[in-house]
Design a protein around this ligand. Structure first.
Ligand SMILES: Cc1cc2nc3c(=O)[nH]c(=O)nc-3n(C[C@H](O)[C@H](O)[C@H](O)COP(=O)(O)OP(=O)(O)OC[C@H]3O[C@@H](n4cnc5c(N)ncnc54)[C@H](O)[C@@H]3O)c2cc1C
Length: 537
């Protein structure tokens, strides 16, 4: 790179983490050739599997592209250590995720604004959601074309999908042509970050074009250890690359985009956070901020599996042996079939109680099933899966360092299902998945419920099974929460409270959970951060 060497003071902006938000931010900041930008990424540049949508299952536990964290044992989830995959390569988690594209509900962002995040209401963020997308079905008042991120409806066809649509309608739920439009509610064909059968990570959509610019320097295999502070001003970062510790200085700002797990970790390693936690690990307190690592939320996800009796519709049938060869050929010739699938081709956004203003649960309806949450193997028999999570969980956990060594994963405590509302909603959502799967239009397809099985029937049995078996839907947020007041970490301009020259822009700043999968909201945060940094808001 011509401009600026890591180790000298000639960068204007340093971005830590090249994930969903960081890549979008790097793209926008480097649009102006006068801005000299350094983007530091701990992971590698790419992984060959990443381009293939179905690689979601291959990369979910892959050491070359994934941090492969796990949670602390907690009584509310039967003292299990739940896997916490996070992307570790350019594009971050957008390079390994399930490719499902969901903006969330207007209510989500209006709630953020109500909680004190001025400038983040739905009316404020809609233009950003629009400028970032190229929606293949065309633009209107709510959707747009021409943005960097391609969004397409899943092209795969399967008679099972028709039966699932009919079953949901027979169960009393409507079909919705665009859940990212005026109304989220209903059963839907998934919109995915896929273009012509290939994954559209932020590495592809944002970084690939931006890396042609001489004013953007991207360093991979560069692990940020801590921030450089001069009094209450952040002036750069110390990072590790090729066995050496290097310093990089930011003339204007450092922006942390390391995600909801790593951003609070980097703050704590830099002496920013709760004094009792920093002191426990021998880190001197540079800036007390009680909210760092708190207010952690994620989606707990229950997966129910049914046998499928009709041959040829479940991909458990078709994705092995000769069937797999056919799928590879289909993908090569048409860009479709099993290999082109996001984590679910059909979704449902539903209300567990009719009096609710908007949906409170999301389902993923999948024409196959896997053996374990790490997804390494498909089940040996034809099957289908219905998953369910509560869209806006109340239970709050935490993520804090457990060592002063940046290579040690932080302690991740979900505290799932600690709030009674979450327990009730998960039980009701679970029953609604069963209601759809047991509706008449699926009679010709559905065999017995394989997991958990019909014997799990009462509320207590369902909740007990969820506690013992559910996983995360991989949507951690909130650990550097945006808002006013001492429990928050950044203000509505994403500036860290009480410090100069430091912002945070990733899933960690979200005050509450967006109603859906979190990639699109994270990219929006990166895009909006660029406006704030450049004073364009
Ligand atoms: C397996 C999986 C499936 C998912 N499926 C979906 C889905 O289908 N749809 C959806 O919308 N969302 C999905 N998500 C969630 C979504 O992808 C994430 O919410 C989103 O990508 C997070 O964006 P981010 O910018 O906050 O962090 P990330 O994209 O995770 O980026 C953080 C980046 O920072 C880097 N980093 C971390 N620490 C350091 C350090 N110390 N130094 C340098 N770099 C560092 C990381 O390597 C990473 O590249 C999924 C996530 C996972 C893991």
């Amino acid at each position: 790179m011509a401009n600026g060497k890591a180790g000298d003071a000639r960068f204007d902006y340093i971005i830590v983490g090249a994930g969903s938000a960081g890549a979008a931010l790097a793209y926008r900041l480097s649009e102006d050739a006068r801005n000299r930008v350094l983007l530091l990424e701990a992971g590698r540049a790419s992984h060959p599997y990443s381009h293939l949508p179905v690689s979601f299952g291959l990369l979910i536990d892959h050491p070359a592209a994934n941090w492969r964290y796990s949670s602390e044992p907690e009584p509310g989830t039967a003292n299990r250590q739940i896997p916490v995959p996070r992307g570790k390569l350019l594009g971050g988690s957008s390079s390994i995720n399930g490719l499902v594209f969901v903006r969330g509900q207007p209510l989500d962002y209006d709630t953020w604004a109500q909680m004190g995040a001025r400038g983040w209401s739905w009316d404020n963020v809609l233009p950003i959601f629009k400028r970032m997308e190229n929606y293949e079905k065309g633009g209107d008042g709510l959707r747009a074309t021409g943005g960097p991120l391609n969004v397409s409806e899943v092209p795969d066809q399967n008679p099972l999908y028709d039966a699932l649509f009919a079953a949901a309608q027979a169960a009393g739920y409507k079909r919705n042509p665009d859940y990212n439009g005026a109304d989220q509610e209903g059963i839907v064909k998934t919109q995915a970050t896929i273009w012509r059968g290939r994954r559209m990570s932020t590495a592809h959509c944002y970084l690939k074009p931006a890396m042609k610019r001489v004013n953007l320097r991207v360093e991979t295999a560069a692990l940020t250890r801590h921030l450089l502070l001069d009094g209450k001003r952040c002036v750069g970062v110390a990072y590790e690359q090729g066995g050496a510790i290097k310093l990089a200085h930011a003339g204007k700002e450092v922006v942390l985009c390391a995600g909801a797990v790593s951003s609070p970790q980097i703050l704590e390693l830099s002496g920013i956070g709760r004094p009792e936690i920093l002191q426990k690990y021998g880190i001197s307190v540079r800036h007390e901020l009680k909210g760092v690592g708190e207010h952690f939320r994620d989606h707990i996800n229950a997966r129910i599996i049914w046998r499928v009796t009709k041959p040829g519709v479940s991909y458990n049938d078709q994705a092995r042996g000769l069937g797999l060869a056919r799928q590879v050929l289909k993908y090569a010739l048409t860009g479709g079939g099993f290999l082109s699938l996001p984590s679910a081709p059909l979704l449902a956004f539903l209300k567990t109680r009719p009096e609710l203003a908007t949906p409170d649960v999301q389902m993923h309806l999948v024409p196959y099933s896997v053996k374990d949450p790490k997804r390494r193997k498909l089940q040996d028999f034809p099957s289908m899966t219905g998953t369910c999570y509560q869209l806006r969980p109340e239970s709050l956990g935490s993520i804090h360092i457990r060592s002063s060594d940046p290579h040690q994963q932080p302690a991740i405590r979900f505290n799932f299902l600690s709030d009674p509302i979450d327990q009730r909603t998960m039980i009701d959502g679970f029953r609604m998945v069963r209601k759809i799967m047991h509706a008449n239009p699926l009679d010709a397809y559905r065999g017995e419920e394989f997991s958990p099985g019909a014997q799990v029937a009462s509320d207590d049995e369902i909740l007990g099974w969820i506690r013992n078996n559910s996983e995360t839907a991989y949507h951690p947020i909130g650990t550097c929460r945006m808002g006013p007041g001492p429990e928050c970490v950044v203000d509505d301009k994403l500036k860290v409270h009480g410090l100069e020259g430091l912002r945070i822009a990733d899933a960690s700043i979200m005050p509450t959970m967006p109603s859906g999968n979190t990639n699109a909201p994270c990219i929006m945060v990166g895009e909006k951060a660029a406006d704030l940094v450049l004073g364009r808001a």
